[in-house]
Ligand binder design. Structure first.
Ligand code: ADP
Ligand code: ASP
Ligand code: MG
Length: 600
């Protein structure tokens, strides 16, 4: 007898009729001979309603009391679901997060799951009951109710599937699967048959609201197969698993995040570790940062820009204002009229010109790029919020995401990695299923798989380019003519509206790229700097961005060894930095020591 976890989102339990429909699905699954655990969200827009009630009282309500308030939404649904099941003739029992022992840390509003005790659920299941668990909530060691963050019922569902070693976790929602982008925004978005954990994790983290990104960390870590499907139809949905839909397509999807805010700390003293202190302060406040750009300047000071989610902006501003004085920086800048468009795909590691195609698509629609940050399987551009939808549509169209991708084996099995990249992998040869032994550890602890060192890269920085639409498109058009695989790209706009663009390339291409860059400098009146002696260090794992402490631990470890970091790229899958080549091997060793406690 297998166990299936079925999760029903807000729209799928919005009224008693839908609750009955969900109950029928659970009963059908039991008739097929399976045990069923249901995880349910609050009805319809109830969570939004509760938030607006609190906001009528105060702009910044007490975090503990917010969790107390919001958890009531799910509690209503579990009881109604149990009543519906009994009415349909099936025994059922409902449990709150605390009752099934979902233990979390103490971070109200975005608590992380530490452990789940399955005894009570197993007993009820063995007695033939359908178990109904409240999504989105848990309890800390002092019995305070906590919630996991908006959309967190997905995470409850996948975590329960992992803890109970379920056969599958079915996510019933109001779309019939994961699409190449939000089908409400881009009507010709295509439903994916399949998507890999890594791609889904990045897409979710970059704004694809269909799944809570932390649920995908669980799915990957514990090898849970997730099936996203409609609660309104019988259509097959999308399977989220180890394999991508296509290894040949450059991208599998695009996402838009409109709730972004950019902060810039101007005039940070350019000494090892100083910029890193900014990030550790934010990490302590549990604020995930996303795009990061440092503009190295000539007068011994740099400007550091980064983006946070707008929900965290007020707190980030508070933290930064205190830090600016502490580190002797000049001032803090703030821009919340921005949005972020991202392209994601495992295939992009092996193809040249992907970034350039994306920048071109934006340029052709007149969208100016304010900031660029890339990681191995995603490219993000920060743009004006007003341009958001236009930009998403442009990127979707440019990569023909509405069309079925080619399938088959890729020609290059090297993963695009440089020939002399070395990996200190913790995970060699371990299949995801075998990872289920980590259930006994802190469930949502960050996972580090490897620390890679790539000594085959060179850095190119173009300074003081005029900030105007088409700049990135033009620069990377020229670079792409040489079929060079460009790796880390960071663009930011600094003072006087001048942009800096930094990127890395295989070292063997440096001479060719130098002459192209000289041409760019002649055309734009900018200057270029080349560094053929860089090493790229990459910590690989999952959840590296949203586990706020990881990147700052990485930066601190390097700064304690007096290693200066010139470029940073951050995603859920990788945290990468460029350091001087002379420090490559020792830095890799230090990072392995630092993270071996978090290894699988
Ligand atoms: P639930 O309440 O069931 O958890 P959500 O509203 O959280 O549902 O998620 C479903 C919604 O996610 C869809 O209605 C859709 O508008 C949105 N969405 C965003 N990106 C995507 C995507 N790539 N694929 C499918 N849906 C998406
Ligand atoms: N009810 C919560 C929310 O609206 C959790 C969820 O639906 O996943 O965010
Ligand atoms: Mg949801």
């Amino acid at each position: 007898m297998s166990l299936i976890v079925q999760k029903f989102g807000g729209t799928s339990v919005a009224n008693t009729e839908r609750i009955l429909a969900a109950a029928r699905r659970a009963i059908l699954e039991t008739r097929a001979g399976n045990k069923v655990v249901m995880v349910v969200s609050a009805m319809g827009k109830q969570t939004d309603h509760l938030i607006s009630l609190a906001k009528e009282l105060t702009e910044r309500p007490n975090a503990r009391e917010m969790d107390m308030l919001l958890s009531t939404g799910e509690q209503v649904t579990i009881a109604l679901m149990a009543i519906a099941l009994e009415k349909l003739g099936h025994e059922a029992v409902s449990f709150t997060g605390a009752q099934i022992g979902i233990k979390t840390d103490k971070t109200y509003n975005k608590a992380r799951i530490r452990s789940i005790s399955t005894d009570r659920m197993v007993k009820a299941l063995d007695a033939g009951k359908i178990v109904i668990a409240a999504g989105f909530q848990g309890v800390d060691d002092d019995f305070n109710i906590t919630t996991l963050g908006r959309g967190g019922s997905d995470t409850t569902a996948v975590a329960l599937a992992a803890a109970l070693k379920a056969e599958r976790c079915d996510i019933y929602t109001d779309v019939d699967g994961v699409y190449t982008t939000d089908p409400r925004v881009v009507p010709d978005a295509r439903k994916l048959n399949r998507i890999s954990y890594d791609e889904m994790l990045e897409l979710a983290s970059m704004g694809a609201g269909v799944m809570h990104s932390r649920s995908i960390e669980f799915a990957k870590k514990f090898g849970v197969l997730v099936h996203v499907r409609s609660s309104f139809t019988e259509n097959p949905g999308t399977v989220i698993g180890p394999e991508p839909e296509s290894r040949l397509a450059a991208a599998c999807g695009a996402a838009l995040a409109t709730n972004e805010t950019r902060l810039t700390v101007f005039g940070v003293p350019d000494q090892p570790g100083v910029a890193m202190r900014l990030f550790s302060k934010l990490a302590e406040a549990k604020i995930p940062i996303d795009m990061i750009a440092q503009n190295s300047s000539r007068d011994g000071r740099t400007d550091v820009s980064f983006t946070v989610q707008s929900d965290d902006a007020a707190k980030a501003r508070e933290v930064m204002e205190a830090t600016v004085a502490e580190i002797g920086a000049e001032r803090l800048g703030f821009d919340d009229a921005v949005a972020k468009v991202s392209l994601v795909g495992l295939g992009m590691t092996k193809q040249s010109g992907v970034a350039q195609r994306m920048f071109h698509a934006l340029y052709e629609r007149g969208v100016n790029i304010q900031m660029i940050a890339t990681s191995d399987i995603k490219i993000s551009a920060l743009i004006s919020r007003d341009d958001g939808v236009k930009a998403l549509r442009a990127v979707h169209e440019a990569f023909k995401l509405n069309e079925e991708p080619a399938t088959g084996e890729e020609a290059d099995s090297n993963g695009g990695a440089s020939a002399n990249a070395t990996s200190d992998s913790f995970l060699e040869g371990v299949s995801p299923r075998l990872l289920s032994h980590i259930t006994s550890a802190e469930m949502e602890e960050v996972v580090v798989e490897a620390v890679d060192l790539d000594e085959d890269q060179a850095r190119v920085t173009l300074y003081n380019l005029p900030d105007r639409p088409g700049l990135a498109a033009d620069v990377f058009d020229k670079i792409a003519e040489g079929r060079v695989i460009v790796d880390m790209i960071v663009q930011s706009v600094g003072r006087e509206q001048l942009a800096n663009i930094t990127f890395t390339i295989p070292r063997a291409e440096l001479e060719a790229v130098k002459s192209v860059s000289d041409g760019i400098c002649d055309a734009y009146g900018c200057c270029a700097e080349f560094d053929g002696r860089v090493a790229k260090l990459t910590v690989r794992g999952s959840g590296l961005r949203s586990h706020t402490g990881l990147a700052s631990r990485m930066f601190m470890t390097l700064s304690e060894s007096n290693v200066n970091v010139s470029v940073i790229s951050l995603s859920e899958r990788c945290a990468g930095v460029l350091v001087d080549e002379a420090h490559g091997k020792t830095s890799q060793k230090r990072l392995v020591e630092e993270f071996s406690a978090n290894r699988i």
